[in-house]
Design a protein around this ligand. Structure first.
Ligand SMILES: NC(=O)c1ccc[n+]([C@@H]2O[C@H](COP(=O)([O-])OP(=O)(O)OC[C@H]3O[C@@H](n4cnc5c(N)ncnc54)[C@H](O)[C@@H]3O)[C@@H](O)[C@H]2O)c1
Length: 251
């Protein structure tokens, strides 16, 4: 029997690593795909025989194709989680628009938006050639894109907004293949990315008090939502945004 393979980009990051662990528990063979190969190897080693560490730079077309080629040696890729992302804070400070330089703007879009486009396009091309059952794509948005963001930058907010818009176009175009595509939009989740904002924005404990559920989120909170969305039970949910933010933003 062929195995169901899930690719998790940013798979060695704070959220990605926990998503990899959750998907292995749910029976997937997982490609821990990250630019940081050393960390990806550590994550895969902990997860055992059903996780493979693979290097990818999501901004590069050929690198993304190579990742899918490798993953398909294991089995059909039926799940893609686009969790690779960057929040660039030059000098540890949140850059205001007046100070935003082109490199920060372009790099934010290259990783967050182009990376999600390239990976999901490759997933679509492979599924067109070789249809999969219960194909699932999860994009990672951000409450920063929904709220204007207090800790992140305009480049991050704009690039995540691009991802969230693209996801709807994508969901529409892949629906006839039986593939669902959704956005998980985390609020404040305790990872290195969030902690990189603390210098410029104060204490997380104080911020936690402004969240209705009274705490900063965990990577497992995000992984739990993703685990549901990739399940067979979520088969009629597509083009949706699932907020995982403790009530920080309600719509
Ligand atoms: N932590 C939060 O509060 C929060 C909130 C909203 C959204 N998010 C989003 O969740 C996702 C995961 O964030 P995280 O908190 O785990 O951050 P993280 O920095 O811990 O992980 C990001 C991962 O992406 C990888 N990466 C960066 N550029 C890459 C590239 N070009 N190719 C391949 N991999 C690359 C990094 O090596 C890292 O492992 C990101 O998309 C982030 O924007 C995070």
């Amino acid at each position: 029997m062929t195995k169901n393979v899930a690719i998790v980009t940013g798979g060695s990051g704070g959220i990605g690593a926990v998503v990899c662990s959750q998907l292995v528990k749910s029976g997937f063979v997982v490609a821990v795909a990250d630019m940081n190969t050393g960390e990806a190897k550590k994550v895969a080693a902990v997860l055992g025989g059903n996780a493979f560490p693979w290097q990818v730079d999501v901004t590069q077309e050929l690198s993304v194709k190579a990742l899918f080629d490798q993953a398909e040696t294991i089995g059909a890729v039926s799940v893609l989680i686009c969790a690779a992302g960057v929040l660039i804070l030059p000098g540890g400070e949140r850059p205001l628009i007046a100070d935003m330089n082109i490199d920060t703007w372009e790099r934010s879009f290259a990783v967050n938006a182009r990376g999600s486009f390239l990976c999901s396009r490759e997933f679509l091309l492979r599924c067109q050639k070789r249809p999969v059952d219960h194909g699932r794509v999860i994009f990672i948005g951000s409450s920063a894109a929904q709220l204007g963001g207090y800790r992140s930058s305009s480049a991050y907010i704009a690039s995540k907004s691009a991802v969230m818009g693209f996801a709807k176009a994508y969901a529409r175009e892949v629906a006839h293949l039986g593939i669902t595509a959704n956005v998980v939009s985390p609020g404040l989740i305790d990872t290195d990315m969030l902690r990189s904002t603390v210098g410029s924005s104060g204490d997380l404990e104080i911020t936690a008090k402004s969240i209705p559920l009274g705490r900063i989120g965990t990577a497992q909170d995000v992984a739990g939502a993703i685990d549901y969305l990739v399940s067979v039970n979520a088969g009629y949910i597509t083009g949706s945004v699932i907020d995982v933010n403790g009530g920080y933003r309600m719509q």
